[in-house]
Design a protein around this ligand. Structure first.
Ligand code: GLN
Length: 232
């Protein structure tokens, strides 16, 4: 641990409802894969941090304006974001899928979206994907700040479908959130821990070293199993 890192309490921003990566347990504490990874890496590397659950887009903007030191929020490592941010080594592979309400038997492909509304989360890869195909399939987009409200909009029938990250939708569906997936997974980028370009290089280095250590010790796999194997 270097001197700078030992003195500092890093501010790390995250999403609010993005299970199994970050979500509140029954006592209101933030838990999930991202939360456990940061905790284990901080312990391994000896740094202090504070979690700021801001919501996804707000977290990314807070990082861009340097109000926080880092973001961990199931954040996809995209080329566009690499212009502003430095990412850690990837720690989870993702992708985008479309889901509809469990009771909806009318929408089973992008073609069925014509003239309908589709829910997305502001600033996400899912939103970009929906944006990229909306003219072709003739649907309009409704934006939300978090996944819970976005899923609710589909359940109440205002939107007919949602585009979100595969591991998150699959986890929610398995837990009975009232949605079902109806299309194949679209390619998406892997998740990484992000810092602003040129800032917190030592934090990024500690994250990468800690991640490699957790993978080698089997702790990384333990965290995955906790939320993905028995967690649903
Ligand atoms: N992986 C997606 C992205 O980075 C969504 C992240 C999120 O909603 N927390 O755009």
């Amino acid at each position: 641990t270097n001197v700078k890192a030992a003195e500092k309490t890093y501010q790390i921003a995250t999403d609010i409802t993005f299970a199994p990566f970050e979500f509140q347990d029954t006592s209101g504490e933030f838990v999930g894969i991202d939360m456990d990874l940061v905790a284990a890496i901080a312990k391994d590397q000896g740094f202090k941090y504070e979690i700021k659950p801001l919501g996804f887009n707000a977290a990314v903007q807070a990082l861009e304006s340097k109000q926080v030191d880092a973001v961990i929020a199931g954040m996809s490592i995209t080329d566009e974001r690499k212009i502003k941010f430095n990412f850690s080594d990837p720690y989870f592979d993702s992708g985008i899928i479309m889901a509809v309400s469990e009771s909806n038997d009318d929408v089973s492909s992008y073609n069925d979206l014509k003239g309908k509304k589709v829910a997305v989360k502001t600033g996400t890869e899912g939103a970009s994907f929906a944006e990229s195909i909306k003219d072709k399939y003739g649907f309009s987009i409704v934006t939300f700040d978090d996944s819970a409200n976005m899923y609710e909009d589909v359940k109440t029938g205002n939107s007919v479908a949602v585009f979100d990250d595969y591991p998150v939708l699959a986890y929610g569906i398995k837990q009975g959130n009232g949605l079902k997936s109806v299309t194949d997974k679209e390619a998406g980028a892997s998740y990484g821990f992000a810092v602003s370009k040129g800032e917190n290089a030592e934090l990024l280095e500690m994250f990468n070293t800690g991640l490699a250590n957790l993978k080698a010790s089997g702790e990384y796999q333990k965290i995955m199993d906790k939320y993905l194997e028995t967690g649903s």
